[in-house]
Design a protein around this ligand. Structure first.
Ligand SMILES: [Zn+2]
Length: 240
């Protein structure tokens, strides 16, 4: 009996050891799989126990973007996901959902060459004139419509340098507070053929050339279908 026992024991120990190693190994694999699953669940926002944390913490957590703890990480992913595509290039940190819409609504970018910044009256008249010119084979191009006061001042400063005095400069470029361009009530057009066409036909649409020295400059100076007023030699900066 005793002679039979020793050879069995090592074998028994080996099998036990192997089974223990096997159990530990399987346990490790299962454990890591569970951990991995939990992490994936976190990333996908599927962890059921973290849902209530999202709703309670989400309001104050929006202002603090860099999230390190698991709870805030869980709040970041669901709240940011819908707003990220439009906001990532421009606003990386603060209030990603509101800033881009504010920019697009409160700051309409009006190009100087577009008629969209003109007064409704001049814009409507000019559109009709442009269509009629096109029917005659003439394309009216807008070189300058509404200008910002800043741009107008810059043009005036350049004109003062060019003509040598304020008085001479204002024959060509009025100060911002007198400029019809800044009010959206004047338009400069081109090329020469378009100037000639509009000078001849503009009265039909109530659009008139105003100055002798500026064949490109037109304003809504008369009722459509009535004669344009006499031209002025050049612009004058009125003192008021
Ligand atoms: Zn002009």
């Amino acid at each position: 009996m005793r002679n039979d026992l020793p050879p069995r024991r090592p074998g028994g120990v080996r099998t036990r050891l192997l089974s223990v190693i096997g159990v530990v190994g399987v346990g490790a694999v299962v454990g890591s799989l569970l951990l991995w699953h939990a992490q994936v669940g976190d990333f996908l926002g599927l962890a059921a126990d973290k849902e209530p944390v999202v709703s309670t913490v989400s309001a104050p957590a929006v202002g603090a973007p860099p999230a390190t703890t698991p709870s805030t990480l869980a709040t970041e992913t669901p709240t940011r996901r819908p707003t990220y595509p439009p906001s990532t290039p421009t606003t990386p940190t603060r209030t990603p959902s509101t800033t881009p819409t504010k920019k697009s609504t409160t700051r309409p970018v009006v190009r100087e060459e577009s008629i969209s910044g003109l007064s409704p009256k001049l814009k409507a008249r000019l559109k009709k004139a442009m269509a009629a010119a096109k029917a005659d084979g003439i394309t009216i191009s807008i070189t300058s419509a509404r200008r910002s006061a800043t741009k107008q001042q810059r043009l005036l400063n350049a004109a003062i340098k060019k003509y040598g005095s304020y008085k001479l400069a204002t024959r060509w470029v009025l100060p911002p507070k007198y400029s019809a361009h800044v009010q959206g009530k004047a338009v400069d057009i081109g090329p020469a053929a378009a100037m000639t066409w509009l000078n001849k036909n503009g009265w039909r649409y109530g659009v008139c050339r105003r100055y002798d020295n500026e064949p490109w400059h037109f304003e809504a100076l008369t009722a459509p279908g009535t004669k344009c007023p006499p031209r002025e030699p050049h612009a004058v900066a009125k003192a008021d």
